[in-house]
Design a binder for this molecule. Structure first.
Ligand SMILES: Cc1ncc(COP(=O)(O)O)c(C=O)c1O
Length: 423
């Protein structure tokens, strides 16, 4: 047997550094340049942590933008993926698989709605919801095609989804978009009453706006939207892609209202299959009737692997909901302490583990500073530090996060952070 050659540590480190540089260079040369990525190549993850190619560890408080709800390499998720990959991954929707119906039943139980359409992402779920709205309206009257959506909202990147996304920066390069979309300010009950009419086929909202900066809809506004949908035979769509599936400590954000205000259609995606792409549209019978055989479909949607993983996830999620609520509350308390010390923190908005820290200045530098200190967060709308941690986060993890935040806030120079962009 030959003696293994030992690589000196400094050589190993420089090889890793050049491997990371090569990865970045390849991406720059061959991948569509549609993302502004951070200069970080991630290799593996375990629990609430990820590791880069140098082995540096990061506390992951963004979890793939709210996807990795059980963190990384959760043993039960790894096990079902391994099992199912060796049995059956995909068959298309020409046939039944053993898990789609079971998952749809589970979604009906936890949502209070009834029927599910399966797809692969949030924006696809929104496309289906938009088709339902359109088909519902056109059955009643050809002029019933208007959709009311909310300013500052985000619903995805397809043409349909950007048509209803209330942020001009996502729409401006692709106009003209879907006709008949009307935007009103969030929580403006008067504007809502003025805009909804017989021509309205649907009202679209996020229970808590995510990408827009963690802004919850008020109970009065949601109630009025329900009432108007009932009065004008329109469909109420709740986009729970970021705020749903446990993120707030309840299954869905609309269930936080007392009494609950049921949407006709609810869309969800991100955490559903813990990183395996899966999106869903869950509807009541009234909305479901808008779609007949042949009107919509997906090759990949609802495959055996994704559905089985989602079933496993729901099995674990039930027991995690109280902890999401509790650890989210603890995180909020610790952030409030920091806010009292730093005047550049303007407001904190949070529900469960969906947390936004709004600053008076852009937060990009703080995201980079956090990364340097071994913690991944994100900044949305220029000024809102966004935390979407895994649901398995503990108070000990929060203490670690707060220690890092305290350090980077202490060093932060708001006057050098640039000026706030008006959206
Ligand atoms: C509320 C909301 N809707 C829709 C989407 C689009 O989802 P996806 O990126 O999976 O297409 C997102 C993504 O961030 C979202 O937050």
């Amino acid at each position: 047997m030959s003696t293994p050659t030992l690589t000196p540590p400094e050589t190993a480190a420089s090889e890793e550094a050049s491997a990371a540089a090569q990865t970045i260079a390849l991406e720059k040369e061959y991948v569509l340049q549609n993302y502004g990525r951070y200069p970080l190549v991630l290799r593996k993850g375990k629990g609430c942590y990820v590791f880069d190619t140098d082995g540096k560890r990061y506390l992951d408080l963004i979890s793939g933008i709210g996807v990795n709800a059980l963190g990384h390499a959760h043993p039960r998720i790894v096990k079902v993926i391994r099992d199912q990959a060796g049995v059956l991954i995909h068959t298309s929707n020409l046939y039944y698989n053993e898990f789609q119906g079971r998952l749809a039943k589970k979604l009906a139980e936890v949502s209070g709605l009834h029927r599910t359409f399966f797809c692969n992402s949030g924006t696809e779920a929104m496309e289906c919801a938009l088709k339902m709205i359109k088909a519902h309206g056109s059955k009643i009257n050809p002029d019933k095609y208007e959709i009311v959506s909310i300013e500052n909202s985000f619903h995805g990147r397809t043409i349909g989804a950007i048509s209803v996304t209330g942020q001009p920066k996502y729409r401006k390069d692709f106009e003209p978009l879907l006709p008949g979309v009307k935007f009103i300010p969030a929580n403006d009950v008067t504007a809502l009453e003025q805009v909804v009419s017989e021509r309205t086929a649907g009202i679209l909202l996020e229970g808590i706006q995510g990408e827009g900066g963690i802004y919850p809809m008020t109970p009065d506004f949601v109630r009025k939207a329900r009432e108007l949908c009932d009065r004008f035979d329109a469909l109420l769509v709740d986009d729970e892609i970021q705020c749903g599936v446990g993120r707030t400590g309840s299954y869905f954000a609309y269930q936080l209202l007392d009494p609950v205000v049921m949407p006709d259609i609810m869309t969800a995606a991100k955490p559903l299959a813990c990183g395996i792409p899966l999106g869903v549209v869950v509807t009541n019978e009234r909305a479901a009737q808008s779609i007949a055989p042949g009107m919509h479909g997906s090759t990949f949607g609802g495959g055996a692997l994704a559905c089985r993983v989602a079933l496993e996830f729901f099995d674990i999620l039930e027991g995690l909901l109280p902890s999401i609520h509790q650890v989210g509350g603890y995180f909020r308390m610790r952030l409030d302490e920091l806010a009292r010390k730093h005047s550049f923190i303007k407001e904190i908005r949070s529900t469960g583990l969906m947390i936004g820290v709004e600053l008076t200045v852009p937060g990009k530098q703080l995201v980079l500073d956090a990364m340097a200190e071994g913690m991944l967060i994100n900044c949305t709308h220029d000024v809102v530090l966004r935390f979407l941690p895994p649901y398995i986060l503990t108070e000990k993890d929060v203490d670690r996060a707060v220690k890092i935040l305290a350090k980077i806030f202490q060093k932060f120079k708001p006057e050098a952070a640039g000026t706030v962009v008006q959206h």
